[in-house]
Write a protein that binds this ligand. Structure first.
Ligand code: ATP
Length: 454
């Protein structure tokens, strides 16, 4: 089903998933806050990633490094020199655009990642690409726009106090690679995973939470010996797809795997593959998997003058490990999950909106209702009992039909109703979100029943 972004955004706001940032002050462009239900899903998503890529993977460790690092890190990584986007201004209406994205929007089959500014400018002129705002073709030359947020640390604002908000979490991992390896006495191959905020002063943020200036990343840097014959790239590419399909239940028809061609590859990358999701506004990068060789560690070794080599206990050789990096944005992944889950269905008396979220991501696993006011106390007691083992919610307002709709709209898989039979028969009615079927379940069996269903 093709969904409309406007409808999805309105739904997520009304139900308490995502609000516009600073809304009472008229908002702050392209900033979004996660409401009670969105925050719950975000926390669950991060926990699932951490479980799969860090805790349950026999090779990997976790890390939580700082957002503000020594600026030398960004000098070494190349971000200070190269982390720019091609900015182009419309002379007529003064709007600003990313030149590469202007082209890719008109020619989605093209990938202009490796093009020079001159190539981009010539293409825009030759193909008569217009300003999306005023429909004129009157552009300035392209300039490089630095994407890192710059600020000062401490009381003196001079060149020496300049620091940056990290544009990726990866460099914090490289900077602590040696400490992690030594402290944990790790042998290659091993990986370090990290989840945290990143900041990019994007020229054209947009498409809701797809591209924002403040976002969270979940990144893994996997280190291995250059002589290792095992294909770690394929391994991580498969792991990412397994996580998407089996853990998050993303349907394989909803994403595609795109190999970067030679022109597009960053100069240090040996291979890059993007997993792209089919968002309602077009196909876009969800997860990048890159073979970074020993680029980052060798740069940090050079700039820090520290020995970052690994002494191989088997061969007694010293070398810098190679790195595979699977990197994903939390919000982009959430957007993919929301787009897949949002469903409008015709039902007997009208239409319902159902968030068909997987059970491991729902804000609430089970809702408890009293059928009528007389059953309020029993419902409250059952709710408190269920809270011990489940993410439960109690709803006592409105008629039962409305309560079902409310739970459908937020994705609650099961609703338990205390009804007339509960007192005499010791049973409750359990209703399934997707099939809308209802079954009677003995109170004594309820916890088991819910556990098998969830
Ligand atoms: P794009 O081409 O879309 O700008 P990128 O190639 O610069 O993305 P990476 O640097 O590879 O992205 O970042 C890794 C992941 O972080 C991306 O796959 C994406 O999921 C996420 N990400 C990057 N930039 C943003 C952003 N501005 N807002 C939200 N998520 C982002």
């Amino acid at each position: 089903m093709k969904i409309e972004m406007e409808k999805l955004i309105a739904h997520l706001k009304a139900q308490g998933f995502i609000f516009q940032g600073s809304e009472i002050y008229g908002g702050l462009a392209n900033s979004w806050d996660y409401g009670p239900l969105g925050a719950e899903i975000k926390a669950k998503l991060k926990k699932l990633w951490w479980g799969f890529f860090v805790k349950k993977n026999p090779h990997n460790l976790g890390l939580d490094s700082s957002i503000i690092l020594n600026s030398k890190v960004w000098e070494a990584s190349g971000h200070l020199r190269n982390f720019n986007d091609p900015l182009i201004d419309c002379k007529e209406c003064k709007s600003r655009w990313r030149a590469d994205k202007l082209i890719e929007e008109k020619f989605p089959e093209l990938n202009v990642g490796g093009w020079t500014n001159q190539q981009l400018e010539e293409f825009i002129t030759a193909k008569k690409i217009l300003c999306p705002k005023c429909q004129k073709q009157s552009f300035t030359n392209i300039r490089q726009f630095a994407l890192m947020f710059k600020t000062n640390q401490g009381v003196v604002e001079d060149e020496g106090s300049v620091v940056y908000l990290r544009p990726e979490t990866a460099q914090g991992i490289f900077a602590q690679y040696k400490n992690c390896q030594r402290a944990m006495r790790k042998k290659l191959p091993f990986g370090i995973g990290q989840i945290g905020k990143s900041f990019r002063n994007e020229i054209t943020p947009g498409n809701f939470i797809f591209r924002t200036r403040e976002f969270e990343q979940m990144e893994l840097e996997f280190f291995f010996a250059p002589s290792d014959n095992f294909d770690w790239f394929e391994y991580w590419l498969n792991q990412v797809q397994t996580f998407l399909k089996d853990v998050l239940k993303i349907h394989p028809n909803n994403f595609l795997v795109r190999e970067h061609n030679k022109e597009e590859l960053a100069h240090y990358a040996k291979r890059t593959v993007d997993i792209e999701f089919k968002y309602p506004f077009g196909t876009g990068e969800l997860w990048g998997i890159a073979h970074r060789g020993d680029f980052d560690l060798s740069q940090h070794q050079k700039f820090s003058a520290q020995d970052l080599t690994y002494l191989d206990p088997n061969t007694n050789e010293r070398y810098l490990p190679y790195v595979i990096e699977p990197s994903v944005g939390v919000e982009r992944l959430m957007l993919a999950i929301f787009c897949q889950a949002y469903t409008e269905e015709a039902v007997e008396n009208g239409e319902r909106v159902v968030m068909k979220l997987p059970n491991n991501l729902v804000p609430y696993q089970v809702a408890v209702f009293p059928l009528q006011k007389q059953q309020n106390a029993a419902a409250e007691q059952l709710y408190e009992e269920l809270l011990v083992d489940f993410d439960a919610v109690l709803d006592v307002t409105g008629n039962i039909g409305k309560r079902y709709r409310r739970q459908d709209a937020i994705g609650t898989p099961l609703c338990v109703t205390i009804d007339f039979d509960t007192e005499t028969e010791k049973t409750v009615t359990v209703r399934d979100r997707d099939t809308m079927k209802q079954v009677k379940v003995a109170l004594s069996e309820l916890k088991n029943y819910l556990t098998t269903k969830l």
